[in-house]
Design a protein around this ligand. Structure first.
Ligand SMILES: NC(=O)c1ccc[n+]([C@@H]2O[C@H](COP(=O)([O-])OP(=O)(O)OC[C@H]3O[C@@H](n4cnc5c(N)ncnc54)[C@H](OP(=O)(O)O)[C@@H]3O)[C@@H](O)[C@H]2O)c1
Length: 282
């Protein structure tokens, strides 16, 4: 990919206030793109907009809750009103809740996860579509390896990511005739604010404890953003990071074995979280 592959292209990045979305926005701006930043935290978005301008691009922050259809429509309308076109939509906004289904007092957090992770992407894509057809543009859907494999205590998140695959895999075929590409990204763990923001069954974020699962060699948001932009530029179908290919094959050939691998992985993660938490207290 050339260093200025996205020069003068207009891109919307949802979930741009932190983590992978923030890194994507700054890298796009560094290539000379005009970047529209969407997320709920307006103050953080403005800071990312400043970083984008310093990187060499134009940036417009539009505070948006992607769970709200009308706000997604307004996001696209304002983008086109200011920049007159749209070339790239990155559906990246996402969150997760960690709880057993039986422990929820009601299903509002389950619904909310679907509303943000799945319907947020559907709304933005729907309103962006006429403009992307006009520009023969690109859609990126940031899913997860959780869109490929089961993971206990995480069922709303996993359901929302599986739903993204069904939707975007189908849409890719519909959009072939318009020359609009759909690239699904399945990151493995990336060091961001994601695990701090993860909520428990009552909607309380895990906070600093969420970071205790990280180990030294985990991917940075900057590296993840590089991989995403390269894949979007090349109009790749899907990118699986980390053990993604192994998971996909296991699911196909030995789903029972995959369940056992997932449980072993979960136990190792809980152990690492406890060890890291103890170390940080010492
Ligand atoms: N980090 C990982 O290990 C990992 C692994 C696999 C997949 N992913 C996926 O990567 C994507 C980005 O996550 P991240 O790791 O960069 O986490 P992050 O740092 O927590 O970023 C999540 C972003 O989503 C935004 N968001 C949440 N709810 C929103 C809403 N209702 N409307 C608009 N924006 C909303 C947040 O902004 P506001 O709070 O300001 O709204 C934030 O900018 C997510 O889709 C996640 O599922 C992450």
């Amino acid at each position: 990919m050339k260093a200025d592959a996205f020069r003068d292209q207009v891109a919307i990045v949802t979930g741009a206030s932190s983590g992978i979305g923030r890194a994507l926005a700054i890298q796009l701006a560094g290539q000379g793109a005009k970047v529209v930043l969407a997320a709920r935290r307006a103050g953080l978005l403005e800071q990312v907009a400043v970083a984008c301008r310093q990187a060499g691009g134009e940036a417009l922050a539009i505070p948006t809750d992607v769970a709200d259809k009308d706000q997604c429509r307004a996001l696209v309308e304002k983008t086109v009103a200011v920049f007159h076109r749209l070339d790239l939509l990155v559906n990246n906004a996402g969150l997760a809740v960690i709880a057993r289904l039986e422990d929820y007092s009601d299903l509002s957090l389950f619904q909310h996860t679907m509303d943000v992770n799945f319907f947020g992407a559907v709304y933005c894509t729907y309103y962006a579509l006429p403009h992307l057809v006009r520009s023969h543009g690109r859609i990126v859907a940031v899913s997860s390896l959780g869109g490929k494999a089961p993971f206990p205590y995480n069922s709303p998140y996993i359901a929302s990511k599986f739903a993204m695959h069904g939707f975007f895999d189908s849409l890719r075929i519909e959009l072939q005739r318009h020359g609009v590409s759909v690239t699904i990204i399945c990151p493995y763990w990336v060091v961001t604010g994601f695990h701090e923001a993860q909520m428990d069954k009552d909607g309380v974020p895990r906070g600093a404890r969420g970071r205790a699962i990280y180990s030294k060699n985990m991917m940075t948001s900057e590296r993840c953003a590089q991989i995403i932009l390269q894949a979007a530029y090349q109009r790749q179908r899907e990118v699986m990071m980390g053990p993604g290919r192994m998971i996909a094959w296991l699911k196909l050939l030995a789903p029972g074995l995959l369940d056992r691998v997932v449980i072993a992985f979960l136990k190792a993660t809980v152990r690492r979280e406890q060890e890291n938490a103890l170390r940080s207290q010492a």
